[in-house]
Design a protein around this ligand. Sequence first.
Ligand code: DGL
Length: 269
Amino acid sequence: MSLTNKPIGIFDSGIGGLTVASAIRKVLPNETLIYFGDTAHMPYGDKSAEAIKYYSLKIGKFLQQMDCKTIVIACNTASSLGYQDVKDFLGDKLPVMNVIDPVVDFISRQKKYNQIGVIGTKATIKSAIYQRKLLAAVPDLVVKSLATPLLAPMIEEGFYENKISKTIIDSYLSSPKLKNIEALILACTHYPLIQNEINQYYGSKIDIINTTEIVANDVKMQLQEKGLLNLGKKGKDQFFVSDKTSSFENSTRIFFGNKINLQQKNLWI
Ligand code: DGL
């Protein structure tokens, strides 16, 4: 197999990263995807930095063994805490991408915000990585962050675009911590599914930054620059999870657009 024909490896703590995989599939329809969702250990948002680093590295090694030409960490929490380790360990063998740097580049290119909000899991917000990277790129930007840990499980359980999701979203977004923002970064794989509700909360008065499209376009650009785009025949996509249940399989539809068959692959035995 030539290098360009090899698959793109994508991983997440669970099935939420399928929103990123779906965006990549849209902009790169000719690429073969191998997805790994660590459903046995999700949610990562409540885990320690050590655990997230350990899981990320193990999955990164699996995707390398599966002969992937690149690894995309399609999880904000793993990108916040596991990216550096995966890059340090595998970066000389294949390009490793995360979901944060493309968003920081996008914001710094926009040059239009003075105050920006970030919502994500507890671990992502605690890491303060968006704050650090955004301030390094745009020093006078005011970054306001809020952990919104109920949102991912709420969406996964199918609670969106209903009364319950509206109440929870309103309660989080009315926090004084997010006052006067001009844009809000959806720093979690699940949040594209509630983008409309968030937009409604703000009455379309602020920009809602859906990171999946930005990341997918960046993956395309990076593969192009590195001469890694697949010009040959597309192979078969594969979707692995570390713990398979029918509920995970059924939920794939909401994140990917259509239901997909998950294969169980336990990396921890
Ligand atoms: N995939 C995670 C993220 O994007 C959210 C779910 C979790 O906590 O594992 O941060």
